[in-house]
Design a binder for this molecule. Structure first.
Ligand SMILES: *[C@@H]1O[C@H](CO)[C@@H](O)[C@H](O)[C@H]1NC(C)=O
Ligand SMILES: *[C@@H]1O[C@H](CO)[C@@H](O)[C@H](O)[C@H]1NC(C)=O
Ligand SMILES: *[C@@H]1O[C@H](CO)[C@@H](O)[C@H](O)[C@H]1NC(C)=O
Length: 792
């Protein structure tokens, strides 16, 4: 058994050596170590002899190539992967480190940014662990509300034939729309309709790194061979479909948040990831096409904003009035895991809904352990107990002794006819079921490790299987071990209970949902909000079975997935509804409405819990809270932010003027900003202060905020302060009297605190809130204070 994994490892290594050798032969030696870079150019410097910017870029490339290596002009031209002209000015190309360096020295080149590879953020992806129909989808069902709005989804493409994308009863395409339906493999231009009004695909960046795509396993077109993009698009803007279910689970009406909004899809994710150069091309096209909202359920590692193509693209989009929501990432429950953290992006974490798919384990000793599953095939015989086996040793789950049920790792002699306990990690949850089934197992129990905690994700397993939490997994392993020691045979069964509604408590912060504090800008609280992201039903393509496992021959119109990827498009759809109701609102005003009306109390009337521990959750888990669609429609006041404010924020974050120019495409003057104070003064709808104690006794800071009246013309708002424990917080003035809509008034919040006892390198986090109310509207901003003790 042990020899087979090591054999395949050697085999892989061998292939890698061969292909590297081929690559070196086929190209000059200067080609080795080439990587994709995104190059920003001073657009207005284009000499008039060049007809287009592209000609100029080609010539810039040629000039550095002559100094490194002589190349034919044709070869240089083909090395430009994309040119950018809307949210960014420049191009992307594959360069050696030396060429990248040379290019950087040219006077009209502002920045040379190395490419990152990103990934979609479902928990299906093995890198991480594992919806409901939104209550409010019916909100504006009968009207044409939202039908002028276009949501751009940057993802894995779309399966256009799904009922969720039908255009029945939709009016003509909005006249402002400048986008196109770009056809390709198995995706004729006629695949678009009055619902799906645009489709494009970007793969030059992908192929520059990964080589030619495999056209058997993926489509060179907007057609989705993965499922993720079809799922997210239908969450944002799917039409009403009844009846909808996955293998009989979650039966009911399926609908997106904005069922009348139009969709435009920009396919950038392929087998092997989503490449920055393609993502930026998608932002560029989406903004030029005229989308109103961009939904991006894709993420990578956090880097400074001037090196982060998602932050750069999103800045250009927000400047053009386009709202950008992005998934927070699935790196939770640990701290500092949140991604897509730029202040002009709305960063969305995931919560549970009040629906569950219980599938409990019953052990031979009578104990019942809670599990979840959306297995839909023939079950185990009722009332019968089956032999159960664990291939790892007791205490496994995170260490060497765990049993991960990797391909080829299960002995059929051990698995045959038994329920096999597998530990979570490495391969996908459903893939483990495939391994068990192939080894002759009749069922699987998937146990969380200590790191996963108690967070459970339901999957469309291909055999009777369920997922249990870390403590349940531990109990099962102990039971098996004790039974073996006493020479009796351990037994168990799985009892599938279907779909349960009205679950309490809900929402709960999903275990995997990425958490703050914000690693790049601690003065900006992230994630911003949470939205439904656990076990969400939405459209699914025919190319893949619902488990995502290649051997899965089942085909379903809908599938149930989990991840911050599923939470993000809820907010994208909601943003489209808010823009439809308030066409003059900026993206920051839309965000403010979502944040200041979010709630932090669950359906028991208590503070939301954290699924990973069962403890009360905090602002770093949910940001401002869970989105509340109806309240967001009428927030009373908004915290608006202009491009100018973001520049001040970047200045106060100590970015150089050149770094700022990469983001804003304009020269920045930071002299005024420094007078305006600190990064925490950005007019954000939440407040976050960070104190370095450095042996101080007392510390204080202040925030200046400006609110715009979007409620009743004559209204008087009074403040309620809930100070973080042990702190003194004052707000001046404590009353804001408005006499017209659109009027802006400012206030000053001062926070004072004493140093607390902390060990070196540790920190203390306390939170409270500032609430403005006119008796009708409640405008809430969380106030977070982090005190840090210098490391020794
Ligand atoms: C392309 O994908 C198909 C289907 O997944 C697979 O059978 C085939 O081996 C792949 N071809 C290459 C060259 O990787
Ligand atoms: C969270 O729960 C764990 C175990 O249930 C407990 O040990 C810990 O003290 C709790 N933490 C907080 C902050 O309540
Ligand atoms: C920027 O630099 C100043 C002066 O060194 C420092 O006081 C401030 O904390 C820095 N701000 C940020 C956001 O890093």
């Amino acid at each position: 058994m042990a020899s087979s994994p090591s054999f395949s490892l050697i085999h892989l290594f061998f292939i890698a050596i061969v292909s590297a050798a081929v690559a070196t032969d086929a190209s000059s030696s200067s080609n080795s170590g080439k990587k994709t870079f995104i190059i920003q150019v001073q657009q207005e410097s284009k000499p008039s002899i060049f007809q287009t910017h592209k000609h100029w870029y080609e010539s810039s490339l040629a000039s550095i190539l002559t100094s490194t290596q002589t190349k034919s002009h044709d070869e240089d031209a083909s090395r430009i992967l994309h040119t950018y002209e809307t949210v960014f000015h420049g191009f992307s190309a594959k360069l050696s480190p030396l060429e990248a360096h040379e290019l950087q020295t040219l006077s009209h080149i502002i920045a040379v940014i190395p490419e990152q590879v990103r990934h979609v953020q479902t928990t299906r992806s093995p890198e991480f662990l594992g919806l409901r129909k939104a209550d409010n989808a019916g909100l504006l069902k009968e009207s044409d509300f939202g039908s002028d709005l276009v949501i751009g989804v940057i993802d894995t493409g779309i399966w256009p034939e799904r009922q969720s994308f039908n255009d029945h009863d939709l009016g003509p395409v909005p006249p402002k729309w400048k986008g196109r339906c770009v056809g390709g493999k198995e995706f004729p231009e006629a695949s678009c309709n009055r619902k799906l009004i645009g489709a494009r695909y970007f793969y030059n960046g992908y192929e520059a790194t990964n080589g030619k795509m495999n056209e058997t396993s993926e489509y060179r077109s907007p057609r989705d061979s993965d499922g993720h993009g079809t799922h997210t698009a239908s969450i944002a803007a799917g039409r009403y479909v009844f009846p909808a279910s996955t293998l009989g689970y979650a039966r009911g009406v399926a609908a997106g948040m904005a069922p009348k909004a139009r969709l435009a899809v920009y396919k950038v994710c392929w087998n092997g990831g989503c490449f920055d150069s393609d993502i930026l091309a998608a932002f560029d096209a989406a903004v030029a096409d005229g989308v109103d909202v961009i939904s991006l359920s894709v993420g990578g590692v956090v880097v400074p904003y001037y090196l982060d193509v998602i932050a750069i693209g999103a800045f250009g989009a927000s400047e053009a009035g386009v709202f950008v929501s992005a998934s927070a990432g699935n790196g939770g429950p640990g701290g500092l895991t949140v991604t897509n953290v730029a202040p002009w992006v709305t960063t969305v974490g995931a919560g549970t809904i009040d629906r569950d798919f219980p599938a409990d384990v019953k052990l031979g000793n009578g104990r019942i352990i809670h599990g979840v599953s959306i297995y839909g095939g023939p079950g185990l015989a009722p009332g019968r107990l089956y032999p159960i086996v664990y291939a790892g040793t007791e205490g496994g789950g995170d260490g060497y002794s765990s049993s991960l049920c990797l391909e080829g790792s299960l002995d059929p002699k051990m698995a045959k006819g038994r329920i096999v306990v597998c530990d979570r990690g490495i391969n996908s949850r459903a893939a483990k079921g495939d391994v068990v089934k192939k080894a002759g197992g009749i069922g699987m129990i998937l146990a969380n490790g200590v790191f996963d905690g108690e967070g459970l994700v339901a999957d469309c397993h291909i055999l009777p299987a369920t997922s249990v939490g870390a403590s349940g997994g531990e109990e099962i392993r102990r039971y098996i071990s004790a039974a073996s020691k006493s020479k009796s045979s351990p037994t168990a069964t799985i009892i599938f209970k279907g779909t349960k509604l009205g679950i309490r408590p809900a929402p709960v912060v999903a275990s995997f949902s990425a958490r703050g504090p914000n690693p790049e800008s601690p003065e900006i609280l992230k994630p911003d909000v949470i939205a439904p992201g656990l076990n969400i039903l939405a459209a699914w393509p025919d190319k893949v079975g619902p488990s995502g496992v290649p051997s899965d021959g089942r085909r379903t119109e809908f599938n149930i997935l989990s991840g911050t990827s599923m939470a993000c498009p809820h907010v994208s759809g909601l943003a489209a509804l808010l823009k439809a109701a308030h066409p003059d609102w900026s993206p920051a005003a839309v965000k403010s409405a979502l944040l200041t009306t979010a709630y932090t109390v669950d359906n028991r009337g208590k503070t939301m819990l954290d699924e990973s521990t069962g403890n009360v959750s905090s602002v770093f888990d949910y940001g401002s809270g869970h989105v509340h669609p109806q309240k967001a429609m009428d927030p009373g006041l908004v915290y608006d932010i202009s491009t100018y404010d973001y520049v001040n924020f970047l200045c106060n974050s100590n970015y150089t003027t050149q770094n700022i120019q990469v983001i804003t495409r304009k020269g920045a003057d930071c002299s005024g900003a420094k007078k305006a104070g600190h990064a925490g003064n950005l007019n954000y709808p939440s407040l976050s202060a960070v104190f370095q104690q450095y042996g101080k006794h007392k510390m204080s800071t202040h925030f200046i905020r400006t609110v715009t009246n979007v409620g009743d013309p004559n209204s008087v708002y009074k403040v309620t302060i809930n100070p973080p424990k042990g702190m003194v917080v004052t707000v001046q003035p404590d009353k804001l009297s408005f006499s017209r809509v659109g009027q802006k008034l400012s206030f000053l919040t001062r926070v004072q605190t004493r140093a607390v006892k902390l060990s070196p390198g540790s920190s203390s986090i306390k939170s409270g809130s500032i609430v403005w109310s006119d008796g009708k509207h409640t405008v809430t901003s969380p106030l977070v204070v982090t005190m840090m003790q210098q490391p020794l």
